[in-house]
Ligand binder design. Structure first.
Ligand code: PAF
Length: 280
């Protein structure tokens, strides 16, 4: 496995690989790898000849009061996991190389970014879309793989790729969960024992919503109230949002027809967790 830190070297590596007829799968990450990332890497290895993973904690997707400085970083551990999951290249650029002093170009996927997490995390998706577009331009992959836990992010990347005619196929992978249902996330590392137990309320609420839908409850307000009751019964949990929305546009629904996205963000102590499930 090769560790590349230079943007120029990454571009040359990919150009040479493609000239020699090899396909490239790309898994962008911010490190602190877990089983969810492992499933993305596995898929990448299945789909293409060469597997590239980036590790870059992207400063411009964190708000001023968010955890950029304290975001867990452990390159040695991440490289071992990347190697065990058969990555061929880990691209790990420096923030100064990605964002020069005079950096001034941002991508705003306007409508999709307004909903769900975009309400409390104002510039977040602008930062995500911008860094992913940069990474796509550098890595030049055929396929890029993202987890469905960040469902809104996945829709935003797909819209960006379509709108800007970027030549990459975006693939979404199902949410990887711990045995007790908690969605795998780098931020789970912040939870203490009590918070880890409390965090199960996200999955419990989603399961309740799914059960109601499967029992023919199609009114979002009834589903939302039942889900909210589960979260509010947990003293360490504070709801940021719980929504029933359209799976493509993320607009709130008044009535569920065939399908819907159930999405929620909940603070467990100081840790903000997200999770979702598709109905129908
Ligand atoms: O999902 C993430 O880890 C990040 O948002 C991403 C896509 C790597 C961009 O920084």
């Amino acid at each position: 496995m090769k560790l590349i830190t230079s943007i120029q070297e990454m571009r040359s590596f990919s150009s040479d690989a493609k000239k020699s007829g090899k396909s490239i799968a790309f898994v962008p990450t911010m490190g602190c790898l877990h089983g969810g990332h492992a499933s993305l890497l596995k898929k990448g290895k299945e789909l293409c000849d060469i597997l590239v993973m980036s590790i870059f904690v992207n400063p411009i997707q964190f708000g001023p009061k968010e955890d950029y400085a304290s975001y867990p970083r452990d390159l040695k551990r991440d490289l071992a996991i990347a190697e065990a999951n058969k990555a061929d290249v880990v691209f790990n650029p420096a923030a100064e190389a990605m964002y020069a002093q005079d950096f001034q170009t941002y991508i705003d996927v306007a409508c999709l970014s307004k909903h769900l997490c975009g309400i409390s995390r104002h510039a977040h998706f602008k930062g995500v879309a911008t860094v992913v577009a940069k990474l796509f331009a550098i890595v030049q992959a055929n396929i890029a793989i993202f987890g469905e836990k960040d469902y809104q992010q996945l829709l935003i990347i797909k819209a960006m790729v379509k709108d800007l005619n970027i030549d990459v196929d975006v693939v979404g992978m199902p949410i990887a969960r711990e045995l007790d249902g908690l969605a795998m996330s780098s931020r789970n590392n912040y939870l203490n024992n009590d918070e880890r137990k409390a965090a199960l309320c996200l999955h419990a609420a989603l399961m309740k919503g799914k059960e109601l839908f499967e029992n023919n409850v199609k009114k979002p307000n009834i589903i939302l109230q039942e889900m909210r009751n589960i979260i509010e019964a947990e003293p360490l949990a504070v709801v940021d949002y719980i929504n029933v929305c359209d799976v493509n546009t993320l607009e709130d629904l008044d009535k569920i027809q065939d399908s819907a996205l159930l999405a929620l963000a909940v603070k467990i102590g100081k840790v903000r967790l997200i999770d979702n499930c598709i109905l129908g």
